[in-house]
Design a protein around this ligand. Structure first.
Ligand SMILES: Nc1ncnc2c1ncn2[C@@H]1O[C@H](COP(=O)(O)OP(=O)(O)O)[C@@H](O)[C@H]1O
Ligand SMILES: [Mg+2]
Length: 381
């Protein structure tokens, strides 16, 4: 069989992105050596910026997959060495910075992208409320509103006409909602309700800036409210944040579940792990506590089973949730006894249970993850 040549391998390695520097390892000149053996085994050595580099595992997997896919490759050995000081400063220079950044989100333990196939399923409401619920459970939380066209976090979290400041490091400081939720949204930079028409490179740049040029500080969770669909924004974020997990919001009807599955497929394609499903609009609970299954039943559970991830919550439609999101206070805070609020608190606890809070900088490469129980679901209130 034909063995791939060095150039093909280099080309394939462009798919491996350094999550902190946000460039591919070929462009970063981090590929130290490539050896192709007669039996089709390829040895690749990657140079890291620091010896204890916590993202070693990320490179290990990325390189094995990228090279392993090539025709004629029977195996891939990945080894590591460390850039010399000279190489490091050359790299810093190349990146247009005096020194290497420590990684924009190096102090964020869990990045969770909240997505759905289509709009109007309650992604933004779920994001705002999960943020509030995580904060209630003592977690340090940030919300990045990545729905650049349909931003709604400023309104839902009650941050009307404020503008973020820039600190002495020329980083943007997120606004703070409800005593401690750090929030960044394109909505803070445009006139109220003005349409944002960015696409392609502009969009990519804006999102990159929200990750790199915002001082998120130390966070247990950064929740990212995605725009509907599987478009540019989701792809860009997945590239910039390979460590992110995906949370899928769906409604109970089978059609919505099919649409949601498409975003799950997208998540898989870009190699983000799907962490769980949240079913929203699971019935309407009247103020007297009566439940009506307006949108049918079971979509969330089916999707969760299919994806073999937990169904983290079934959030009913309630008047309080809608009113409170219009009023800028998540229902979790304003009306904790509301059935939607309770379901969202439970969803947040499920999320906490899934993601042990450890700072990635202190962590050794993760050992093989324990298998997830198939179709596990938390008991519903
Ligand atoms: N569980 C719910 N109960 C009542 N209203 C809801 C619920 N979930 C969402 N809504 C309302 O539905 C509308 C769309 O929700 P939103 O969170 O903006 O969806 P998306 O971000 O998916 O487009 C909003 O007016 C919101 O207040
Ligand atoms: Mg939205």
């Amino acid at each position: 069989m034909r063995r791939p040549v060095r150039d093909q391998i280099l080309d394939a390695l462009r798919a491996v992105i350094d999550p902190e520097l946000r460039r591919d390892i070929v462009e970063l000149e981090m590929v130290r050596s490539i050896d192709v053996h007669d039996n089709g085994v390829v040895d690749v050595t990657v140079s890291l910026t620091t010896p204890g580099c916590p993202i070693r595992g990320h490179f290990q997997t990325g390189v094995s997959q990228a090279v392993g896919r090539l025709e004629g490759v029977s195996g891939v050995n990945v080894s590591f060495d460390v850039l010399s000081d000279n190489e490091k400063s050359a790299l810093g220079h190349k990146l247009g910075r005096g020194s290497l950044p420590e990684g924009a989100l190096a102090r964020v333990s869990n990045v969770i992208c909240i997505g759905s196939g289509k709009g109007g399923v309650g992604k933004s409401s779920v994001t705002a409320n999960l943020a509030a619920a995580l904060a209630c459970d003592g977690k340090r939380v940030g919300v990045l509103d990545a729905d650049v066209w349909g931003y709604s976090q400023p309104r839902m979290l009650g941050l009307g006409a404020q503008r973020p400041h820039v600190n002495s490091d020329r980083k943007l400081i997120p606004l703070t909602a409800h005593d401690g939720i750090a929030v960044m949204s394109i909505g803070f930079f445009v006139e109220q309700d003005a349409a944002v028409v960015w696409r392609g490179p502009m969009l990519h740049k804006a999102l990159q800036q929200f990750l790199e040029d915002v001082d998120w500080g130390e966070l247990d969770y950064l929740l990212i409210d995605l725009p509907p669909g599987t478009g540019d924004v989701s792809m860009t974020l997945a590239q910039l944040l390979p460590q992110a997990k995906f949370l899928i919001v769906t409604t109970p009807q089978p059609v919505a579940q099919r649409v949601a599955r498409r975003s799950a497929e997208m998540a898989t394609k870009v190699k983000l792990e799907v962490a769980g499903v949240i079913e929203n609009m699971s019935g309407f609970v009247t103020p007297d506590g009566e439940r009506h299954q307006i949108f049918g039943e079971g979509g969330g559970q089916l999707l969760a089973e299919e994806l073999e991830v937990p169904l983290l919550a079934k959030v009913p439609l309630t008047m309080a949730l809608r009113e409170q999101s219009d009023a800028g206070v998540p229902v979790v805070l304003s009306d904790p006894d509301d059935p939607a609020a309770q379901a969202l608190r439970q969803g947040a606890r499920g999320l906490i249970a899934l993601s042990p809070v450890e700072l990635p900088v202190m962590q050794e490469p993760a050992p093989a993850a324990a298998p997830k129980p198939a179709g596990m679901s938390l008991p519903m209130a």
